[in-house]
Design a protein around this ligand. Structure first.
Ligand SMILES: [Cu+2]
Length: 291
């Protein structure tokens, strides 16, 4: 009896310890997964788009906070629109700028400036150049509340790299959370009042030594694909055919300011089936179907 009790104790203690370890491990894994989830964007995770299901950025993250900034036309540019500022994790703010009204073919620099429109001050946070009316920027180590504490700030869009002095659109960031219902919130935009067309999506393609994944993505016209090079080697995403890239000549990382970067962002404005490759390793291929 006595020895039985002793023998029985050891396995029970072992089970308790095991449970504690498993529990602790699971907590750690969950934390890691939460972190990971916050870094990845939804389209890449969910794979193919489901027509009709409008997956908004704000549904992706726990406790999202979104600010909406109206960008007003400056200097009779014919361009205006909006910026969405979304907290996409514990310490990243994503800024999605969409302009409507005859976007020029050349990239347009944009920044968050100190101060207010129409004459904001120094650049506080540079944004991704606006390409054909759209740009997405992730600012790490920043929260929306921190950003709000730094107000007044303004989002300002410049005419071109060559003509930074001419402002084409500007909007003061306001610390008012975007209301769920009023997606359009009656934002007047030059030349249009269809705010629906503003919501463009971002699709992630990861490039590893195994190739591009997903190998084929189906996007909507105006959506942005983000090609992330995780091969550890130089790569350059380019439209077929190698080496001339004439099928979709604009779709060529090397020709953009993102040349040599590990991330290539491109907005697909042409409907069609676009095969591409890594120009530095042309056996690695993928396809973007633009509907
Ligand atoms: Cu090539």
């Amino acid at each position: 009896m006595h020895s039985n009790t002793k023998q029985g104790f050891a396995p029970i203690a072992a089970i308790i310890i095991a449970l504690l370890v498993i529990g602790g491990g699971a907590y750690g894994i969950k934390k890691a997964m939460d972190k990971k989830a916050s870094k990845e964007n939804r389209p890449a995770e969910s794979g193919m788009p489901v027509p009709g299901t409008d997956t908004k950025e704000k549904e992706v993250f726990m406790g999202p906070t979104t600010l909406q900034t109206k960008l007003s036309e400056q200097n009779a540019s014919g361009q205006g629109g909006q910026a969405m500022l979304v907290q996409t994790g514990t310490s990243t703010v994503r800024i999605i700028v969409n302009l409507v009204g005859k976007p020029p073919l050349e990239p347009q620099p944009a920044h968050i400036h100190l101060g207010s429109c129409p004459n904001p001050g120094a650049v506080k946070y540079p944004l991704t150049n606006i390409d054909k009316g759209a740009s997405i920027t992730d600012i790490p180590n920043l929260t929306l509340s921190q950003l709000i504490s730094e107000l007044p700030l303004a989002i300002n869009v410049h005419k071109s790299v060559a003509d930074l002095k001419t402002y084409v659109a500007c909007g003061d960031i306001v610390a008012e959370e975007k209301k769920e219902a009023g997606t359009s919130s009656a934002m007047p935009v030059p030349g249009t009042d269809t705010p629906e067309m503003i919501a463009s999506k971002e699709w992630k393609v990861t490039y590893t030594s195994q190739g591009f994944s997903p190998k084929t993505i189906t996007v909507k016209k105006g959506d942005m694909a983000v090609f992330e090079n995780k091969t550890g080697k130089s790569a350059s995403v380019a439209s077929d055919e190698h080496p001339t890239h004439t099928i979709y000549p604009e779709f060529d990382q090397y020709k953009t300011e993102q040349r040599g970067k590990t991330e290539f962002r491109f907005v697909f404005e042409k409907v069609g089936t676009w095969k591409y490759h890594d120009h530095l390793n042309s056996t690695m291929t993928g396809t973007v179907i633009v509907e």
